[in-house]
Design a protein around this ligand. Structure first.
Ligand code: SME
Length: 154
């Protein structure tokens, strides 16, 4: 992905998320735009924090067995607890990893936060090892900030 592509995609996601009629629509559109635009994103989903559990919202990719993840579990739980993006280059070498598909090799989880409060997270898996780098973080952290505005509204 080049910076130019990332900027164009970010602009498209910003428009779609801002114009969406509600939070579910905003999340669905962000997931669809990301999944369509970036070939190494094999699974794209959003978890929403409800109490102490992350509940799977819109996603594209194979169905995941992990539809509810307690905050203390998985890479998803770690990112929400630590309030920080986590990139895992080799999921099979990370003891926290909860498997969604045997084809998954690497993962990025980006918390959706506003003023230090976690509302959910963007979770992306790739079938390629070490698929996520600085360009993905530079794309996904602003997308998470846009979604935080919508999730905080309702
Ligand atoms: N791999 C995640 C679980 C979610 S599935 O990838 C969709 C984790 O370890 O928390």
């Amino acid at each position: 992905m080049t910076d130019t592509d990332g900027d164009g995609l970010l602009t498209a996601i910003r428009s779609a998320v801002a114009a969406a009629p509600g939070r579910d629509s905003a999340m669905k559109q962000a997931v669809a735009l990301l999944k369509d635009a970036i070939p190494h994103y094999s699974w794209v989903g959003i978890y929403v924090l409800e109490g102490n559990e992350l509940v799977l919202g819109p996603y594209l990719g194979k169905p995941s067995p992990h539809t509810r993840i307690p905050l203390g579990r998985g890479i998803c739980g770690a990112a929400a607890s630590e309030k920080a993006t986590i990139v895992v280059d080799d999921v099979n070498a990370d003891p926290r990893y909860l498997a969604c598909s045997i084809e998954t090799r690497s993962e990025i989880v980006v918390p959706i936060m506003l003023d230090g409060q976690v509302f959910g997270e963007i979770d992306i898996d790739s079938d390629q090892p070490a698929a996520f780098g600085a360009a993905d973080r530079a794309l996904l952290e602003p997308v998470a900030a846009m979604l935080a505005d919508r999730l905080a509204e309702e």
